[in-house]
Design a binder for this molecule. Structure first.
Ligand SMILES: [Zn+2]
Length: 199
């Protein structure tokens, strides 16, 4: 009979369900947790529940926050006339790391994907429409990933917003440095061409 200690097996299984974690890593993490001092393990478990219970969507931009309005939307120094539309809260973090962007965001929490049965109604599109409808927005930057679904979502939303009189822009994605044109897919190449600037 195989070596099986149920609480340990269950712990390993939980870690294995996390994204990017294989069987070996799951085992390593489970043994690490087992060796934690009791207070540290309690704190870890409590932290998971606490985050799960307290994190909500900002009622303006739909980013994750623990208050009604996230710190970015509450910041008077941020430019509220420019909204950068992204797929996930992690994308907001990526833009914030650049320290170059001073506008605000809108998190869709997904992309339009007819293949997976996801339409605009399952995303936070009407909330974004309402924000634009309130006036004061001059530019909407479509910053979804340069994938087929990201492009389709950007196109759909830009058609929706243009009649409202706002400028809709798209990030210029290019060939990665060291990349080879030959191996670039058509979406990347098209965006690289479209986003070309004068040298
Ligand atoms: Zn917000």
């Amino acid at each position: 009979m195989a070596y099986n200690v149920l609480p340990l097996t269950r712990l390993i299984e939980h870690f294995e369900r996390l994204p990017g974690i294989g069987r070996k890593s799951a085992q390593r993490l489970a043994y690490y947790v087992l060796n934690m001092p009791r207070e540290k393990a309690e704190d870890f478990a409590h932290c998971i529940l606490d985050a799960r219970e307290k994190i909500i969507h900002c009622n303006v931009c739909q980013n994750l926050t623990d208050s009604e309005k996230c710190p970015i939307c509450s910041d008077d120094a941020r430019d509220k006339t420019t909204i950068c539309v992204v797929e996930t809260p992690q994308d907001v973090l990526a833009f914030e790391r650049t320290r170059e962007y001073n506008g605000v965001y809108h998190v869709l929490h997904g992309l339009i994907s007819p293949m997976n049965g996801i339409g605009p109604d399952q995303l936070y599109v009407k909330e974004l429409l309402a924000r634009i409808g309130q006036g004061g927005v001059l530019e909407v930057i479509m910053a979804t990933n340069p994938t087929v679904e990201g492009e389709a979502t950007a196109m759909y939303l830009s058609r929706l917003f243009k009649p409202l009189g706002v400028k809709v822009t798209r990030l210029a994605y290019g060939i990665p440095v060291g990349g080879n044109l030959e191996y670039a897919d058509e979406v990347t190449l098209y965006r690289a061409l479209e986003g070309r600037s004068e040298i």
